[in-house]
Write a protein that binds this ligand. Structure first.
Ligand code: ME8
Length: 646
């Protein structure tokens, strides 16, 4: 049976195959939490397939060619090779330190990859799908691709948040447009080819209009850091054409493409949907390679509502977080707190709250209470079941339904729902203890058999939970099984399909607490201390002092540099029927084009002043960061120019 088609009725784990990939990350900076998320996610998914008995392969690696990497090497004062060696090693050691169980780590500078890229290119060229031509357009180095006018938001590329530059170049082109009808049809016929659906729709929308042909080379004279084209060594391969092939070259170089290519699942974030949803399938089709099985697209982790990214500098180190919260608990948070496909907010109190609620309170509590009572009432010896009563059966049935439920949720990419279902069963087990009151049973010798059954039920619940959570928290679940006294701490999903997995008469007992609580108040204090010195406030004023100021929304209609002062801009603004001139010291922070059309907030009753010969009839409000950068204050939806700000 295919790995992706679980059969909930069979009760037998799949015997299929499964191949999953992360993007290969650019080596222009160290790994951050966004990279860690996709990599942990694929680690969880592939561990889960292994747990189900599937023949599984997990690929990750680094994307090392192109302008972006060459520029980063130059900034670091290293040759591209020395630089990529260093950063690729950093990615690898980070994943190793995080316990990521990848089967292969591919680097695009490896000869085995370069050879296969050249083979694929030659094949597409021989088929007549590559031609030589000239192209002009807006190129974004951050995203390493041409962007269309339509895609640009506020002058910036939506993927990288960087301003693209205009370029004209003679390049080789791949006849991508030729494959548009085929790709549309393929996506229409295979609803789960790209998932979740929002990204499928996004790609279908791209394919509704011509997609053009793809420039797949760069002149070697300008970009020497790349794989030379097999038929023209004066050009190197465009970095995306080179990078995407890693998913295929890693298998071919191991002779395993027959085994794993038919079940390939790519995992990416939404920033690289176009290269994976449009470039890659058309490239595969042109090269005569079957297209991938699924493209699985997740949202962004946001910090302060912005995507975490290297260029934005708001990056949190995954190793720091792992050290602070524990490897497994951090993995649990990432999987539990993001709904696949949607953005999620990242902050440390949220990690701590999730760990405290699910791991310390629910799972940790069940473990501590059960082992505590077992030690106290049965000297740690695992008892046999007596006759089962209704509540015992209800709890058992809830747990034994979970392997299939979890498989279904994970196959549908609803990781958070799968984990929540397991935690609901754990909470039900805690409730069961409260209702069965083993401490009361322990007082009555006539209830000894009943106490055995209740304790054993809790132990089996813990054992099953540890199997179900194994792929997310491999170390903790193994340690949990050791505490339960299981002689072999390894697991397969079928271990969670029965209710008598503990050998009777073995001894179980608590070791170190597995899921310690995090002191939230101490964490808040620590974070507050990290966020800089306290603000210096001005003396308090009463409301009249504020009411004396007239603040209004003004529409900026025209902006020009001040003729005599290089720090000043002269703004023409509209408020009601009035037009005013305002001189503002924001020239280092805004171009005139960025300001025209903005609705800014001004102090409208400030006495006019002459600034280097130009009269300023008011003041534009702006926020100043500690580093001195300014952001003008605007309103968050359109207001009538002249509206009063209260
Ligand atoms: O695009 N939230 O590499 P890259 C979630 N080399 N995931 C994030 C994220 C965030 N804030 N930021 C990054 C490239 N990611 C190319 C890929 S593949 C043939 C070539 C993750 O280093 C996410 O997986 O910019 C995203 O797609 C990827 O990092 C981009 O990594």
């Amino acid at each position: 049976m295919n790995a992706d088609q679980h059969d909930p009725t069979s009760g037998i784990p799949d015997r299929g195959r499964y191949y999953a990939t992360t993007p290969i990350f650019y080596v222009n900076a160290a790994p951050h939490i966004g990279h860690a998320y996709t990599t942990i996610l694929v680690d969880v998914v592939t561990r889960f397939h292994r747990l189900r008995g599937n023949d599984t392969f997990f690929l990750t690696g680094t994307d090392e060619h192109g302008e972006k990497v060459a520029k980063a090497a130059a900034r670091a004062g290293l040759t591209p090779q020395a630089y990529t060696d260093q950063v690729a090693a950093e990615f690898r050691t980070t994943w190793d330190a995080m316990g990521i169980a990848y089967d292969e780590f591919i680097r695009t500078t490896e000869p085995r990859h370069q050879r296969i890229v050249r083979e694929v290119l030659q094949k597409v060229y021989d088929n007549g799908d590559i031609f030589y031509g000239e192209y002009s357009g807006l190129y974004c180095v951050g995203a390493e691709r041409f962007v269309t006018e339509k895609e640009i938001v506020d002058g910036k590329c939506p993927d990288s948040d960087e301003a693209p530059e205009y370029r004209t170049e003679a390049n080789y082109f791949f006849r991508m447009e030729k494959y548009r009808p085929w790709l549309r049809d393929h996506i229409e016929r295979n609803p789960d080819f790209i998932r979740p659906e929002r990204y499928r729709n996004e790609v279908l929308a791209m394919l509704r209009e011509p997609i053009g042909d793809l420039s797949i080379s760069r002149p070697r004279s300008r970009v020497p850091w790349g794989i030379p084209l097999p038929w023209d060594e004066e050009h190197v391969t465009y970095v995306w054409f080179d990078a995407l092939i890693n998913y295929w070259s890693a298998l071919v170089s191991r002779g395993e493409e027959q085994r794993y290519w038919p079940v390939v699942n790519h995992f990416i974030a939404k920033d690289i949907v176009k290269p994976h949803g449009v470039f890659w399938p058309t490239m595969l089709k042109a090269a005569g390679i079957p297209v991938y099985k699924h493209l699985n697209v997740h949202g962004y982790w946001l910090q302060d509502e912005r995507k975490m990214s290297k260029s934005l500098g708001n990056v949190v180190g995954p190793l720091e977080l792992q050290a602070k919260y524990g490897r497994d608990a951090f993995r649990y948070f990432l999987l539990r707190d993001m709904s696949f496909g949607l953005d999620a907010s990242f902050n440390e109190p949220a990690i701590a709250e999730r760990i405290n609620a699910d791991l310390a309170n629910d799972l940790g509590n069940l473990l501590n209470r059960t082992l505590g009572m077992l030690t106290k009432y049965r000297r740690g010896v695992v008892p046999a079941f007596g006759a089962l009563e209704r509540p015992d059966e209800v709890l058992r049935d809830a747990f034994l339904a979970l392997p299939d439920a979890l498989s279904a949720h994970f196959d549908e990419l609803h990781f958070e729902r799968g984990l929540e279902e397991v935690m609901q069963a754990v909470r039900a087990a805690n409730k069961y203890i409260a209702e069965q009151q083993p401490w009361a049973l322990a007082k009555d010798p006539a209830q000894a058999g009943r106490l055995d059954t209740v304790l054993r039920t809790c132990l089996e619940a813990l054992r099953c939970a540890s199997v179900l959570l194994e792929c997310v928290m491999p170390e903790k679940c193994r340690a949990l099984r050791v505490q339960l006294g299981l002689p072999d701490a390894s697991a397969t999903l079928s271990d969670a399909r029965h209710w008598d997995g503990l050998p009777a008469l073995t001894t179980a007992g608590a070791g170190d607490p597995l899921f310690p609580r995090i002191d939230l108040a101490a964490l808040q204090d620590e974070l507050a201390a990290d966020s800089g010195p306290p603000l210096e406030h001005k003396p308090e004023v009463d409301i009249d002092a504020f009411a004396a100021l007239e603040l209004r929304v003004a529409l900026v209609t025209h902006v020009e540099p001040h003729p005599k002062a290089d720090k000043l801009l002269v703004l023409t603004v509209q408020l009601g029927s009035e037009t005013r001139t305002i001189v503002s010291g924001i020239r280092a922070h805004y171009t005139p084009e960025q300001l025209v059309g903005k609705q800014v907030v001004i102090i409208a009753n400030l006495k006019p002043v002459r600034l280097r010969g130009v009269e300023s009839q008011g003041m534009v409000l702006s926020a100043e960061d500690p580093d001195g950068s300014l952001a003008v204050v605007t309103v968050d939806r359109d207001a009538v120019p002249g509206a009063e700000v209260r």
